[in-house]
Write a protein that binds this ligand. Structure first.
Ligand SMILES: *Cc1c(COP(=O)(O)O)cnc(C)c1O
Length: 487
């Protein structure tokens, strides 16, 4: 490797990593100059890159030039202050630094012994965050529960579903799998359905209950109770309910307290998916959104969405860690070690699907330490205030309507179809979304609520300020004017 980059050389790393950090800082500085939604066509990159990998090394400079010219045009800029689609995916300086350090150690922390600090820091930081969220003590590591970092909320719901399934199979016998019934709403994230597919839940035993307009898209306890008693009467075994705090379509909040009572009365596992909105519950004025979490068996939140922690970092707490471990543990000879054998340590391999795991707690720890709770609370409050301002702007333009009540930083709205032409609403808003996103000036996504095509303005990128909200609204108004005048 004479004359080229060595795999590991501290001085070469210093020099090149400095260049990369400069490149990244310049990218963030100029991020508003790119179209937020990448405007390339499928297959664009094939034409720009060679057919095969190089035989001889190339220079970092050449690679950076390619990134500028060929890769960045194909990037959708999630860190842009004008990114309002889906839910946010926060980067931050603290999260970034933690991510760098995690890449540096590059440990594979499946068991305590593979890096005691990785396991112990994860346990401690998740206890910290549980306390910030005022989760009941049963979710802390000091009792029978504890927290674990998963890659995504999808993995979180899958592992708790597996834990609950196996708990019920132990009780009712392996043959009862075909009788196990899962409850969710039509607003629950599709990750629940995927988890059922993987866990072998019979497709006809996933109850997707209606959560409609009249309940602001939240589950109604009566609907849940009725479904459960019907299933009991049919000889089935209701065992798992997924409630959501901040649904993906409209950020609706399911009534945890009542649902918790129902689950308790029927001996069912309650999982709470607060992937997006969980972050808001660090503010005392939003904590009530998870009142009832005392009744839950598991609770998850994505720190990588709206909590300044770079992807991936999905935090999951359970009350009975033994349920997870009974489902997911293995004990092969090649991983045996004294600490694990003596049962004095946590081996997170037994709390998740893969064996290998990154040192992800570093970035969450750095976010909590370098910003502090008060700053994190103001961060959340500011986004909610901006969403509120956006909602007010909509109120001044009678051509638009807000379609679902706003609780956090998501505004669901649409352009009203002409009177008595509701059937035109779908196409009108579809076209508005397309016009806005093709402009490259901002990026919104959509959903369908009660048959209406709805635009979602999800505020939550770290760089977003009031001026971006106002500019986004101006683009929306201008595009609406064009559309309504037939341009
Ligand atoms: C974003 C989101 C998910 C999926 O998150 P992943 O971490 O990508 O799996 C699940 N549930 C809710 C409520 C979400 O907002």
């Amino acid at each position: 490797m004479e004359g080229s980059l060595k795999p590991m050389d501290a001085e070469q790393l210093r020099e090149n990593a400095h260049k990369m950090v400069d490149f990244i800082a310049d990218y963030y500085k100029s991020i508003e100059s790119f179209p937020v939604l990448s405007q390339v066509k499928p297959g664009y990159l094939r034409e720009l890159l060679p057919d095969s990998a190089p035989n001889q090394p190339e220079s970092l400079q050449d690679v950076l030039d390619d990134i500028r010219q060929k890769i960045i045009p194909g990037v959708t800029h999630w860190q842009s202050p004008n990114f309002f689609a889906y839910y946010p995916s926060n980067s931050s300086t603290a999260g970034f630094l933690g991510e760098m350090l995690s890449a540096a150690f590059n440990i594979v922390g499946f068991s305590w012994v593979t890096s005691p600090a990785a396991t112990e820091l994860e346990v401690i930081v998740l206890d910290w965050l549980a306390k910030i969220l005022k989760l009941p003590n049963q979710f802390l590591s000091s009792g029978r529960g504890g927290g674990v970092i998963q890659g995504t909320a999808s993995e979180a719901v899958l592992v708790v579903l597996l834990a609950a399934r196996d708990k019920f199979l132990r009780k009712h016998g392996k043959r009862s799998l075909e009788n196990l019934v899962v409850y969710a709403s039509d607003q629950t994230h599709s990750a629940m359905q995927k988890a059922c597919q993987i866990a072998g839940i019979y497709p006809e035993n996933l109850r997707v209950l209606k959560a409609g307009y009249s309940s602001n898209y939240a589950l109604t306890p009566e609907v849940v109770s009725e479904a459960i008693s019907n299933d009991f009467s049919a000889g089935l075994i209701p065992f798992f309910l997924c409630a959501t705090v901040g649904t993906t379509s409209s950020a609706a909040v399911d009534p945890l307290f009542e649902l918790g009572k129902i689950c308790k009365a029927n001996d069912m596992w309650l999982h709470i998916d607060a992937a997006y909105a969980g972050s808001a519950c660090i503010c005392p004025e939003y904590r009530h959104c998870i009142d009832g979490v005392e009744e839950a068996d598991s609770f998850g939140m994505n720190a990588h969405k709206w909590f300044l922690t770079n992807f991936d970092c999905s935090v999951l707490w359970v009350k009975e860690r033994s349920a997870l471990i009974q489902s997911l543990s293995t004990n092969p000879e090649f991983l045996k070690n004294k600490a694990s054998q003596e049962n004095t340590v946590v081996d997170f391999k037994d709390w998740q699907i893969p064996l290998g795991r990154r040192f992800r707690s570093l970035k969450l720890w750095m976010v909590l330490r370098l910003y502090g709770l008060e700053n994190l609370q103001s961060y959340i409050r500011n986004h909610i205030k901006l969403a509120q301002q956006f909602e007010e702007l909509i109120g001044y333009d009678s051509r638009f309507e807000v379609v679902a009540p706003r609780t956090f930083s998501l505004v669901c709205f649409r352009l009203l179809p002409p009177p008595n032409h509701e059937d035109e609403g779908y196409k009108l808003n579809y076209s508005l979304l397309d016009a806005v996103n093709s402009s490259g000036e901002l990026f919104l996504s959509h959903t369908v609520l009660s048959g209406k095509f709805v635009l979602r303005m999800a505020v939550g990128a770290p760089l977003t300020e009031e001026r971006h909200i106002k500019a986004a609204w101006k683009v929306l108004q201008d595009k609406a004017t064009d559309l309504l005048s037939g341009n």
